[in-house]
Design a protein around this ligand. Structure first.
Ligand SMILES: C[S@@+](CC[C@H](N)C(=O)[O-])C[C@H]1O[C@@H](n2cnc3c(N)ncnc32)[C@H](O)[C@@H]1O
Length: 449
């Protein structure tokens, strides 16, 4: 049976919590959910494990919907893979016992780390079978040097501020916020700032980024409407051990208050500059793991012409540019103006690299040069049929596909397979421990290869 996948956004008008029921959990589903059934209807349950008997509270119960959603509030028969959640605020059982729901961001924390990885591999395989109609056994690899408890890896964290001016986070799929006193998934440099001890009144959002290799973090403040510059400056001066800037969320522009507005990153011995609001992989080990997989998978040679699509600040463009050298070329395409500016700085002076800011489909639509290899790393929605068609039309000798979503990857892979391409190497990385997210790299080869 083909189950519907849960959509990202709830319809608040259609949500009517309706008490608790006891369910038996059948299997994992994509998106951090586990499948159960209630009176014939599919229920996507969070914070559960296959085989468990659980008491759940419904969170979405639209009569017309093909599935409902629910959160576990009590475990009646526990899986042997259930462990104590490392972060009480994100623990559904801990928070349900206090009459609340959990914050998002660690929805697999109740599962032993090795079982999280087995579940991720199984979900990946299921998406391949369902959407790409292909079979493949995968394993989810941890990042090099991953802590045994799977904590302290996030170099980026976004916080809200509650009505009392305290550092806070949103409850899952809710506008409600709760104060936080730590973020166990974040690298120590972020927790060391102890932002929860500060009076953040007048600030609406706080984004924190720390360089993967250590060094002072950068804190970006988004002031609430009407907050005076004096108040923002007072908050900034209360933050020790970090650069501080003001983020304009619409434009992504950052205004410096103290220190600098960018972070220095280093990957495989190459240096990068990333502005506070610009895209950068969030696991401290992700840039190295993914750049290594890309270089191994594409095997770029001197003189080749390569496209790096959805290029961000140039994480892959920089080593690709070095590999093809001045007799080759790299087309690096990024949609976000701020992140593309980072790429321009990171590739400054490299005349064989074209940094193009724009939508990938628009840029490929007017690109007439031959391409030997194409790398793509789209956002969660994937690349889509049009972009895959454009890549196929360029007839590269190899395509490298970095993905953060197994469903959109499997869908796009299906387009390549239908055109006679084959899936060669496939690596799945567990770069988001304690969450349902994963990252992958696939090497795809054309029919003639
Ligand atoms: C998953 S990130 C990858 C960035 C980079 N490859 C890295 O690993 O650091 C995807 C990037 O694609 C950009 N993006 C999203 N949609 C796009 C589009 N239609 N055209 C061009 N860039 C896009 C985003 O701004 C983001 O920087």
């Amino acid at each position: 049976m083909t189950l519907p996948e849960p959509s990202a956004a709830p319809d608040p008008a259609a949500t009517e919590p309706a008490g608790t029921v006891d369910l038996t959990i059948e299997r994992p589903a994509h998106g951090g959910h586990f499948v159960a059934r209630h009176e014939g209807r599919v229920v996507f349950v969070r914070h559960a494990l296959p085989g468990e008997r659980v008491r759940v509270r419904f969170t979405d119960t639209d009569d017309g919907a093909s599935f409902w959603r629910a959160d576990v509030v009590e475990v009646l028969e526990s899986s042997p893979h259930r462990v104590t959640h490392p972060w009480p605020l994100a623990d559904a059982l801990f928070t349900a016992a206090r009459g609340r729901s959990a914050v998002g961001g660690a929805e697999f924390g109740h599962i032993a780390l090795d079982e999280q990885r087995r579940l991720k591999a199984a979900i990946f395989e299921e998406q391949l079978a369902r959407l790409a109609k292909t079979g493949r056994t995968v394993t989810a690899e941890p990042a090099r040097g991953e802590a045994a408890d799977g904590l302290a890896w996030r170099t980026r964290a976004a916080f809200a501020v509650d009505a009392a001016g305290r550092l806070a986070m949103h409850l899952h799929r809710s506008h409600s916020v709760v104060p936080v006193r730590e973020m166990p998934l974040a690298v120590p440099a972020i927790n060391a700032l102890r932002l929860w001890t500060l009076d953040l009144s007048g600030i609406e959002r706080v984004d924190v980024a720390a360089p993967s290799g250590g060094g002072d973090p950068l804190v970006l403040l988004v002031p609430a409407a009407g907050t005076s510059p004096r108040r923002v400056a007072a908050v900034a001066s209360s933050i020790d051990g970090a650069s501080v800037g003001v983020l304009e969320p619409e434009s992504g522009q950052v205004r410096r208050l103290t220190g600098r507005t960018w972070l220095q990153e280093s990957v495989l011995g190459l240096d990068y500059r990333v502005t506070g609001a610009g895209f950068w992989q969030i696991h401290r080990g992700a840039p190295e793991a993914l750049a290594t997989a890309v270089l191994d998978g594409l095997q770029p040679a001197a003189g080749e012409r390569i496209a790096d699509l959805y290029a961000g600040a140039g994480l892959f463009t920089v080593p690709l540019a070095r590999a093809v050298g001045p007799t080759g070329s790299v087309l690096s395409v990024e949609g976000s103006p701020g992140t593309s500016r980072d790429a321009r700085r990171n590739l400054h002076g490299q005349d064989h690299v074209a940094i193009v800011q724009g939508r990938v489909d628009a840029v490929l639509g007017r690109w007439n040069e031959p391409l030997d290899a194409v790398l793509l790393d789209p956002p969660r929605a994937g690349a889509g049929k049009k972009v895959v068609r454009q890549i196929l039309d360029a007839s590269p000798r190899v395509v490298g596909y970095v993905s953060c979503d197994p469903a959109s990857f499997a869908r796009d892979l299906g387009y390549f397979l239908s055109a006679g391409w084959t899936l060669d190497t496939l690596r799945v990385f567990d770069l988001y421990p304690h969450t349902h997210h994963m990252e992958s790299f696939a090497r795809l080869l054309p029919p003639s290869a």
